[in-house]
Design a protein around this ligand. Structure first.
Ligand SMILES: Nc1nc2c(c(=O)[nH]1)N[C@H]1C(S)=C(S)[C@@H](COP(=O)(O)O)O[C@H]1N2
Ligand SMILES: [Mo]
Length: 251
């Protein structure tokens, strides 16, 4: 990207009041975190003492890349709207950004690719007992949320996906600390190429301080909410709802 277009994109996404940092809001969520209850509350608090939440996940080099980045869960969403988008190489894809925002967005894939990009080589850890190292590229989530004018009332970011497992739509959610973490990106490329369908095309979340199931593939919409109880069965994610996986899956 040329310096001009880069500044143009930055200007578009950083304008005016949007530059109000996530900092105030993140401080406010400390209270919410402290109030977090349930079996995982302890892990959540202990983790915060051991590792600062803004610490970076380890990054690797090209020499460390897994020869094949395996896929897990859904390999091919069967939803007709997804199939129609795929048939047209996602030309009609629009990432919806809504919920508790001042300006709901519908961002075409080309526009996501023209924002300032981050590329990172990280290790993905699945609870089923495998890991893989891949290189991911995409815009950071934080500036997009600022551009949408995230409301002060927002506490969580929900990712709604195109696929379902056994008839239940996949979704995930993260708090604002992870949402504004510098390595939290909306990846559209794996190892320098557009995402294979099996790995979440056209766009998947990378939230590098968390376990694999938090990395929502096939993202169709992002929703800012104050509370997770009204989403799905209320535990903040597909696996949290169906198998009691921890909502906070920090590494
Ligand atoms: N939409 C969606 N996202 C998903 C899943 C899924 O089945 N559907 N599986 C999760 C799990 S358990 C893991 S380990 C990773 C796998 O990502 P990969 O297929 O790129 O390896 O995606 C996560 N995100
Ligand atoms: Mo996983």
């Amino acid at each position: 990207m040329t310096e001009m277009s880069r500044r143009g994109a930055l200007g578009a996404i950083g304008g005016g009041a949007l530059l109000l940092g996530g900092c105030d809001r993140i401080a406010a969520t400390d209270t919410a975190r402290a109030a977090f209850l349930g079996a995982e509350g302890l892990t959540y608090r202990v983790q915060r003492l051991v590792t600062p939440r803004d610490a970076l996940a380890p990054e690797f080099t090209g020499a460390d890349l897994s020869p094949v980045f395996r896929a897990n869960g859904t390999f091919m969403p069967r939803a007709p709207d997804y199939q129609a988008l795929l048939a047209d190489q996602f030309a009609g894809y629009r990432l919806a950004v809504g919920g508790l925002v001042a300006r709901p967005l519908a961002i075409p894939l080309d526009q996501l690719k023209s924002l300032p990009q981050r590329t990172q080589i990280t290790r993905h850890d699945c609870v089923e007992g495998w890991s893989a190292i891949g290189q991911w590229t995409g815009p950071a989530l934080g500036p997009i949320l600022r551009h949408a004018g995230l409301s002060q009332a927002a506490r969580y970011i929900v990712f709604h996906c195109f696929d379902d497992l056994g008839g239940t739509a996949y979704y995930e959610s993260i708090d604002l600390v992870d949402a504004f973490h510098p390595q939290t990106i909306l990846a559209w490329a794996l190892n320098g190429r557009p995402l294979p369908v099996a790995n979440g095309a056209p766009v998947r979340l990378r939230v590098e301080r968390q376990l694999g199931y938090k990395h929502a593939k096939y993202v169709r919409a992002i929703e800012a909410v104050a509370d997770l109880r009204a989403i799905g069965r209320g535990k903040g994610g597909y696996w949290e709802d169906v198998s009691d996986y921890a909502w906070y899956a920090g590494l």
